[in-house]
Design a protein around this ligand. Structure first.
Ligand code: GLN
Length: 446
């Protein structure tokens, strides 16, 4: 059914970069026999999944939507893929994204533009645009994305699906091609909150291959779903419903708060005063880490190599000049500059200090409130091409999601209605490792 649906809609939506049809159908047949023979049925058995193309999959092409990795077939799986394998999900294919996860519209893909299934003249958001669009279009039951500054939540919001960025360390990053290692986190995109909890349950947990994955117990997320929100205290940051936020988006968020209020939750306005510095700090930190992480794509170890170069240095230059797209080069240059001698203290160190202030803003609010609620993004999806020539406008899409990554805390985007016929996402943010609270609130609202 998944492949039939892909044949029906993907020529328009363009969510998939690679299909895994032969192997997926073979696996489905095997699972079918297993059921008929009364065999064991593991958690998530047979669920068709799409995987963002920066999560490595053994013997299945993984390009990060970059021409530099156009021929890269990994020799092993990311930890999340092994975990999904244990529960017998079926990998349907790999999903489009902004190249190396740098962008907010999936237009920075080095391969193709994915379109928003609600209206194909609009972007699906990004960088996990393929992950959100494939779920919204009914091509797969769930997908995995990655979120460094909003790349799961913002496309989930634009495409009207549920997307969770777990706490930093909740899910192993082993086998996620690193963009900004201190911010990156893998998470599920689904149609319902319940599905989301199922997928997180399967992919969460410590792995010895990722020293930043947390060695703390994984709770039963499904038990969080039925709980009441009565007495729960919600903080709504004035910065998240103030200037720059579309009126339609704001209205939907206020209506969502009303629904929670009717169930006995209380909400009050709070402040996250350093939010306004988050985008600036993020683009210094993320680009600095990216400039180091992307040094490995040199034409020697991975991917496509320029064959005409006369010596090693020319080969590096040609490979990287031709292989990387414009936005990736912009980030590498910005990051290299920010880390260079004489500038480190002025830029990188300062950005790290701002990061601490942003984390403390959240800690202060969480001393008195259980969750923070606001919009996921200041607007709904915009038209293809509309922000392409203006990187700074594009960066502003993540103004409400970036602070969460800088603080390392979990947050979800859950659909809360429409504005001008395009979906609006409600963001629910919680303390470190309080994904359960997020699911309780999201489910109560849904
Ligand atoms: N849009 C942000 C960026 O371009 C976030 C991307 C992400 O979360 N991967 O960096």
């Amino acid at each position: 059914a998944s492949f039939a649906r892909i044949r029906e809609v993907d020529a328009d939506v363009k969510a998939f970069l690679t299909l895994n049809e032969d192997r997926a159908l073979e696996q489905a047949e095997k699972l079918d026999k297993q059921i008929q023979n009364g065999g064991e049925v593991p958690f998530l058995f047979g669920m068709p999944a799409g995987i963002k193309d920066n999560i490595i999959t053994q013997d299945l092409r993984t390009t990060c939507a970059s021409q530099l990795l156009a021929n890269f077939d990994p020799v092993h799986n990311a930890t999340v893929m092994d975990k999904l394998g244990e529960s017998e999900t079926v990998t349907v294919g790999k999903l489009n994204m902004d190249e190396f996860a740098m962008g907010s519209s999936t237009e920075n893909s080095g391969v193709q533009e994915t379109r928003n299934p609600w209206n194909t003249e609009y972007v699906p958001g990004g960088s996990s645009g393929g992950s959100a669009a494939s779920v919204a279009a009914g091509e797969v039951l769930f997908s995995l994305g990655s979120d460094t500054g909003g790349s799961i939540r913002q496309p989930a919001s634009y495409c009207g699906v549920v997307g969770l960025k777990p706490t930093y360390g909740r899910v192993s990053r082993y086998g996620l091609v690193a963009f900004a290692s201190s911010l990156d986190q893998i998470g599920p995109l689904t149609r319902s909150v319940e599905d989301n909890a199922y997928v997180l349950q399967q992919i969460a947990g410590h792995s010895e291959n990722d020293s930043t994955s947390a060695d703390v117990e994984v709770p039963n997320y499904l038990e969080a779903l039925g709980k009441e929100v009565k007495g729960l205290k919600i903080g709504v940051p004035s910065e998240y419903i103030g200037e720059g936020v579309d009126e339609g988006v704001k209205q939907r968020v206020l209506e969502a708060l009303k629904v929670l209020e009717e169930q006995g939750a209380v909400w009050e306005e709070v402040s996250l005063p350093h939010s306004k510095y988050a985008v600036a700090a993020y683009y210094l930190i993320a680009s600095s880490e990216a400039s180091a992480n992307l040094a490995r794509f040199d034409g020697v170890r991975y991917g496509v190599r320029d064959e005409n170069a006369k010596d090693l240095v020319e080969m590096y230059k040609e490979t990287r000049s031709k292989g990387f797209g414009e936005e990736v080069k912009r980030r590498i240059m910005l990051g290299t500059f920010a880390l260079s001698a004489g500038y480190y203290d002025a830029y990188y160190k300062k950005a790290q200090q701002v990061r601490t202030l942003i984390r403390r803003d959240f800690e202060k609010v969480f001393a008195d409130y259980d969750v923070i609620v606001g919009p996921t993004a200041p607007t709904t999806a915009f038209k293809l091409g509309e922000q392409l020539d203006d990187p700074l406008t594009m960066y502003a899409n993540d103004i409400l999601t970036i602070p969460v990554n800088l603080a390392g805390i979990p947050a979800i985007s859950v659909p809360c209605g429409f504005s001008d016929s395009m979906p609006v996402g409600l963001q629910i943010i919680a303390k470190p490792f309080a994904e359960e609270t997020i699911y309780t609130v999201a489910h109560a609202f849904e």
